[in-house]
Design a protein around this ligand. Structure first.
Ligand code: ZN
Length: 349
């Protein structure tokens, strides 16, 4: 099968890939085989391409990239009951050990044994077909497109973050970072009931996209303005109920409590490959609650429900679509981080 393969750091090729292990391609009784339709390019895919590693996960052998995907069921195992051939689906890319202690506690996303697409040594899905468990494969509502469905994976991060923040109706939130994760977090915070969301970034283009998403979003260019100052002024000196940190930047994290109100909540979302520092004193005087999230759990059906009901619209975040044959070029463009792009997707043949 032809796949997009990360041979090693900075070397991608579109080539026949015969060496997917039998275990990965064998259809178990409760598995489905899926023909891939749309795959989003994630910051993590690009990071593996440019750096060859993310923290402890190192690309030592050629690995197929991609984990944000939608497609069509083409075969079902004998014990599959909820899906049938022809169903349009999206897939949750992390498969935990069903018998692990973390999974039994409902914390399957932090199961140390989780196997997550395009995280070495597990292959991703920039390839024609894949085999996936029925329980991590979700049927699409009729009015949700393949492109929107391939956005469910990043959207799930935002919904998980809003859930952990315990958003209340009328809350004021700040989102640091207007990349794909920052923007899906802003949309999730609004869908969860926030009255107002300030989105902070350095790139004017990304802030324009943020502002166009909702009248309840105020863009703040932190190259020119101090985010804490803007938020305190808008809230009579009180501060925001929630600050979502979605940059992963040590500079942003250092000031993460400044716009936060007393008793507020900070959610750390941005991926950090290096340790970062934050101001514990500033957290203490506010009795701030700090939540950390790792991917998501139990939110794919909720995301599909919100896309279907138009509670959340991710279409404005999909800024470019490439053919699979053009995917090496797509990754080179993604690696150059064009300021006017949010999410780039690849359409499979
Ligand atoms: Zn992703």
């Amino acid at each position: 099968m032809k796949a997009l393969v990360l041979e090693k750091r900075a070397e991608l090729s579109l080539r026949e890939f015969p060496d997917i292990s039998r275990a990965e391609e064998n259809l178990g009784p409760r598995d489905v085989r899926i023909k891939l339709h749309t795959v989003g390019i994630c910051g993590s895919d690009v990071h593996y391409y440019t750096h060859g590693r993310i923290g402890p996960f190192v690309v030592n052998d050629p690995m197929i990239l991609g984990h944000e995907a939608s497609g069509t069921v083409i075969e079902t195992g004998p014990d599959v009951t909820t899906l049938k051939v022809g169903d349009r689906v999206c897939m949750e890319p992390g498969i935990p050990d069903p018998n692990s202690r973390a999974t039994q506690l409902g914390l399957y996303n932090i199961d140390p044994a989780v196997r997550f697409w395009a995280t070495p040594p597990v292959h991703g899905i920039l390839r024609p077909t894949c085999v996936h468990p029925e329980s991590f494969t979700f049927k699409l509502p009729e009015n949700v497109s393949f492109a929107e469905a391939a956005m469910v994976e990043p959207l799930a991060v935002g919904v998980h973050a809003a859930t952990k923040a315990r958003v209340k109706p009328g809350d004021v939130a700040v989102v640091l970072g207007a990349g794909p994760i920052g923007l899906v977090t802003a949309l999730s915070a609004l869908a969860a009931g926030c009255a107002h969301v300030f989105v902070a970034d350095l790139a004017e283009k990304k802030l324009e996209i943020a502002a166009d998403l909702s009248a309840a979003i105020t863009p703040v260019n932190v190259a020119k303005t101090d985010i804490a100052e803007v938020v305190l002024k808008a809230t009579d000196g009180w501060g925001a109920d929630i600050v979502f940190e979605a940059t992963g930047s040590p500079k942003a994290a250092a000031h993460v409590f400044e716009p936060l109100c007393p008793g507020g909540c900070v959610v750390m979302i941005g991926g950090q490959s290096e340790p970062i520092a934050y101001d514990c004193g500033a957290a203490m005087v506010r009795e701030a609650r700090v939540e950390n999230i790792f991917r998501y759990a139990h939110v794919f059906p909720r995301c599909l429900g919100m896309l279907s009901s138009a509670a959340i619209d991710v279409k404005p975040l999909i800024t470019r679509t490439f053919d699979f044959d053009d995917s090496v070029r797509a990754f080179d463009i993604a690696a150059s981080a064009p300021p006017s792009d949010v999410k780039m997707q690849i359409r499979m043949p």
